[in-house]
Design a binder for this molecule. Sequence first.
Ligand code: RTP
Ligand code: MG
Length: 140
Amino acid sequence: MALERTFSIIKPDATRRNLTGAITARFEEAGLRVVASKRIQLSLAQAQEFYGVHKDRPFFGELTEFMVSEPIVVQVLEGENAIAKNRDVMGATNPADADAGTIRKDYALSIGENSVHGSDAPETAAQEIAFFFSGLELVG
Ligand code: RTP
Ligand code: MG
């Protein structure tokens, strides 16, 4: 299979606890290469736009407030089958349901403060990468 790219966020609960390196190591150990990475502070408007698909869900306010509560680290990960591989390494949304050895099992605090985001399909990966990065910032 050809190389694929996916978009990842190390969320505020994880940056706050200095888990950026540990989480990045999990990606690299799984064979995903970090081809772009930056630490940023999202505005509330940016968080609401990024999570627009969830705007009618009961957790939307909580989620967007959480995502602006501390800086985040946004990354583009590249590898074979990167989207599925990244979601395997992340584990289930709710850490109580996540498999042993996954990032969310080991680090997530709750279903909301669950340490990482990862794109769920090729179309969303492309959109999410373009939301945060210019082509010049992607160095394969
Ligand atoms: P993500 O998009 O962050 O990679 O996570 P996901 O696909 O596993 O989860 P999704 O259903 O897309 O939900 C997006 C994020 O919203 C928060 N959430 N809170 N309180 C709740 O019931 C609840 N449900 C979801 C989580 O931070 C989740 O990652
Ligand atoms: Mg999702």
